[in-house]
Each structure stands twice: as C-alpha cells, then as structure tokens.
Design a protein. Structure first.
Length: 275
C-alpha cells in the first residue's frame, strides 16, 4: 500500500466513521477503486489503526463529557457519570464476545469483495429509514430531547447492535443510533453514547493488534502495509474525524437520517452491480 492510498483511506475513514454510511464498507469500496489487494489480516490491521484514530477524534471533540466521565469513574463518585460509564461497559460486552470468539470469521468478510458490503449497506438504509419514521409523530419530527435516557437494558441492546455492525457495510454509528432511536431514547443522548461506546472495543483491539505486530512472527510478516502508510492513514483519519464527529451530532439532533438512508441504498445497489 502506498502512502497516498493510505491518505485517501484515512480521509474516507474520518468521514464515514461518524456519518451513518459505514466506514468499513467505504474502505472496502475505495480499496476496490484504488486496486489495493491485501490479505484479510492486513486489511483488518489497517482498519483497526484508522478506527483508533477516529476514537482519538471522539475523545478530543467530546472531551468535556469524556473527562467528566473519567473523573467520576476513577474516583468512584457514584453519580450520574459513574453509572453512565458502567452502561458503556455493558454495551461493550456483546462486541467483546464477538471479538474474542468469532474474530477469524469476521476477518473473512474483509477484503473479500463488495457483495457483502452492498447487502449490508442496504440493511443500513433500512435501519435508518425505520429510525427516521419512528422519530416522527403526525408527520412532524419529535424534539431531540423527547424520549428517555439510556437505561441498562438499552445499553445492552445498543451494544448488540454494535456487535452485529462489525460486518463491512453495516454502519456502526448508523446501526447503534438507529437502534437507540427505535427503542425510544433521546436522539442527542444516543449520538454521544454511540460515539463513546466504541472507545473501549477499538482501543482493546488496537492494543492486541500492536502486540501482534511487535511479535517476532508478525515482524517477519510486516511487509504487507509498512509503517508510513499506517501513520499517514492514522493522521488523516484523526484530522477529518474531528470535523465529522461534531457535524454528525448536530445532524442527529436535527433528525436528518433519511438522506443517508437514500445514499446507502444507492451505493449498496452500485456495489452489487459492480461485483
């Protein structure tokens, strides 16, 4: 992989991680367009690195909220923020199970063409459509503050949605936000929760990936990508992600998900025809 390819993919990741259009799916699409042919484990390695970059973007943009959560959790204040962190941990359980027990099966879906991406983008469009209409009453959009705060059960359900969204083309943010809206949570609360809940799984996966890359066998097999493309991809995804994160929170508050549903179904159909 050339550094310019990594730059393009990093920009794509930075935008698509927060917009409900599937970052993993769009990375697959652009790899196909750019003619990048890598083994599935190398594809997943790059994807984890650029996902880690957008996690850093989330922390930067949501720093007032994130820092307050950390203070409450690590000082055991037992206040709202403390229990909010526990709900984030509950939401990480399903994806943790998938990562530990089914990682090899998930890897097989990456770098394998656009058929899965096309199907999953259409499913993403369907979920966004359901969320759009569930947020309407008498043809008018419900206020972003209407609904309930995220409960323990909601956190686990949204976590299950995140676990399913590991498939390329099934938008993680779109799936989790749509699920939260459909079960009756406040739109503004769901958006922030969706972006924060991915921090622990991605950082955990990144640490495991770094450990594998620094092992003797992995070092001997590290010629698939190289350090420069990984660094370029990380920086590009971080910078673009900082802009996209703030933008997406405002879009969710305004309920403008239907346009993304139309985009996803269009790109999904193109992917299926392309394949």
């Amino acid at each position: 992989m050339e550094w310019l390819d990594a730059l393009i993919l990093g920009v794509v990741q930075g935008l698509a991680e927060y917009l409900p259009i599937s970052s993993s799916g769009h990375l697959e699409i652009f790899r196909e367009i750019l003619g990048i042919d890598l083994p599935s484990d190398k594809v997943l390695q790059f994807d984890v690195i650029v996902h880690a970059a957008t996690v850093c973007s989330t922390i930067v943009i949501l720093w007032p909220l994130f820092s307050g959560l950390c203070r409450s959790f690590f000082t055991w204040r037992r206040d709202y923020d403390f229990y909010y962190v526990l709900k984030l941990l509950v939401s990480a359980i399903p994806v943790g199970i998938v990562g530990l027990c089914f990682k090899e099966y998930v890897e097989d879906f990456f770098g394998g063409g656009l058929t899965v991406v096309g199907i999953c983008l259409c499913i993403t469009a369907l979920l966004l459509t359901f969320a759009h209409f569930s947020g309407m009453r008498n043809g008018r959009l419900i206020s972003a503050q209407k609904g309930r705060d995220i409960t323990w059960g909601d956190a686990f359900i949204i976590g299950c949605a995140q676990a399913v969204a590991v498939l390329p083309g099934l938008s993680r943010s779109g799936t989790t936000i749509a699920t939260g809206i459909m079960i009756g949570d406040k739109r503004d609360k769901v958006a922030a929760f969706s972006f924060l809940m991915v921090i622990l799984p991605i950082l955990g996966e990144t640490l495991l990936d770094i450990k594998e890359m620094t092992s003797t066998e992995a070092a001997a097999d590290a010629t698939g990508i190289g350090a420069l493309p990984l660094i370029v991809g990380f920086v590009a995804a971080f910078i673009v992600g900082c802009c996209a994160c703030k933008w997406m929170i405002e879009l969710v508050k305004k309920g403008r998900l239907m346009w993304f549903a139309l985009y996803c179904v269009l790109i999904g159909i193109i992917c299926l025809l392309w394949q």
